[in-house]
Design a protein around this ligand. Structure first.
Ligand SMILES: C[S@@+](CC[C@H](N)C(=O)[O-])C[C@H]1O[C@@H](n2cnc3c(N)ncnc32)[C@H](O)[C@@H]1O
Length: 389
């Protein structure tokens, strides 16, 4: 496909997304109906669609409409390109710019503050209040693609081994600036999950923020650790790899845990996956990686940024209040609870901790880790709480 034909395809896919489909569904439907497209076309299309979704507000404002076409015109204009060069109507290119579209671009109308940072109008004041001086830089980060990070499984080899194994498959990586064992993928990220280094468990895909969070945890030798909201087991796997402890994984949605055993086998670690009925208060360390807005990771899931609402925020908040209480009930006296989210909103973080400690005086909040979305990680929040003896 020519670059212009890819833009035309992106317009179709974006129109689908703006109607009622998720980006993944719209892309896979397009792929099924476009057998002529090669893997490079599909990858380029995906990048165009996600780039436009991350910058939906500013692209729609620049392009003159919240449509697939408006977004793609805006994307080219925002990158300093000339949309008229791409929108020619020739071959499989999108139709030439209309007079109205050309006039809108020429007028270069100003864009609102919230569109400039690509956040929904209602959210921008909340974001500023919560993030303060970090608000603009964090919002700007979410407008760009996220790096892919790998965690080297210590049980399977060293960082040097991982770098060499990946290089043998033309995947080059660089060391994270602060987190040991964390590698940023510089070339061929799409090959990682097909690589021998991944298949053999030498590396696992995991954002730097989660790796940093696990590295800050205190897990005594021989401790019983419960990952109460284990999902696919990202934190549980990292803990099992890095600490000498017994790890149990649980999730209210049991189907989410189905990959934990194969992932643990690949990584060479042991994780016991259990259901709620067998849990008791025997754990030295419990992790509550609570369901949340995911606002610290929205560059990976930009649709969620635009579909987020005040109602969703308060629903998450209610759920988080329940999850922290339930998770805490499995910690033994003198034990530790780590509450964490990948959100940057105080409502999902500090407010949950404050309410919990006010209602449960046997618990004391200790250290807090707070990461903003940046060049070196997604946004993340972790609070260590200890239970009195
Ligand atoms: C942020 S995700 C966990 C991600 C996972 N820890 C990881 O590192 O890959 C939150 C998880 O909490 C689970 N969850 C939601 N409500 C829960 C509850 N009441 N009890 C336990 N788990 C719950 C969800 O099913 C979801 O898998």
């Amino acid at each position: 496909m020519t670059p212009a034909a890819r833009v035309a395809a992106a317009i179709t896919v974006l129109d689908d997304i703006l109607t009622d489909r998720t980006a993944e569904k719209a892309l896979s439907d397009w792929g099924r109906n476009s057998r002529f497209a090669g893997s490079k076309d599909r990858a380029a299309l995906r990048d165009l669609v996600f780039d436009a979704l991350r910058k939906r507000g500013s692209c729609a404002a620049l392009g003159g409409s919240l449509t697939g076409r408006g977004l793609m015109i805006g994307l080219f204009a925002s990158d300093g390109g000339d949309p008229a060069a791409m929108f020619t109507g020739e071959g499989h290119a999108p139709d030439a710019l209309t007079d109205d579209e050309a006039a809108h671009l020429a007028a270069n109308p100003g864009i609102s503050d919230h569109d400039a940072v690509d956040l929904p109008a209602w959210l921008w004041p909340v974001w500023q209040a919560d993030l303060g001086d970090a608000a603009v830089a964090a919002a700007e980060t979410l407008r760009h693609r996220a790096p892919l990070y790998l965690r080297v499984n210590q049980r399977r080899g060293t960082v040097k081994d991982a770098i060499a194994a990946l290089a043998a498959e033309n995947i080059t990586v660089s060391a994270h600036p602060t987190q040991e064992g964390c590698l940023q993928v510089d070339t061929n990220p799409r090959r990682v999950k097909l690589s021998e280094a991944f298949e053999s468990g030498l590396v696992e895909v995991q954002d730097a923020a989660s790796q940093i969070a696990v590295a800050t945890m205190d897990v005594p030798k021989g401790a019983q650790v419960l990952d109460y909201c284990a999902g696919g087991g990202g934190k549980a796997l990292a803990i099992a790899d890095q600490f000498d402890c017994a790890v149990t994984a649980h999730d209210v949605a049991t189907q989410r845990t189905k990959d934990i055993e194969p992932r643990a086998d690949r990584a060479g670690v042991q994780i016991d996956v259990v259901t709620t009925d067998v849990l008791t208060a025997i754990y030295d360390v419990v992790i509550a990686d609570a369901p949340c807005s995911g606002s610290g990771t929205w560059r990976r899931n930009p649709e969620e940024k635009w579909s987020f609402t005040p109602d969703k925020l308060s629903n998450f908040n209610a759920l988080q209040g329940d999850v922290i209480v339930d998770a805490a009930s499995y910690v033994k006296s003198g034990g530790t609870l780590y509450y964490m989210t990948c959100s940057v909103f105080s409502n999902e973080n500090d407010a949950v901790i404050t309410r919990f400690t006010e209602n449960h005086p046997e618990w004391t909040a200790q250290d807090t880790l707070r990461l903003m979305p940046s060049d070196t990680s997604d946004g993340f929040f972790l609070c260590k709480l200890t239970k009195s003896e």
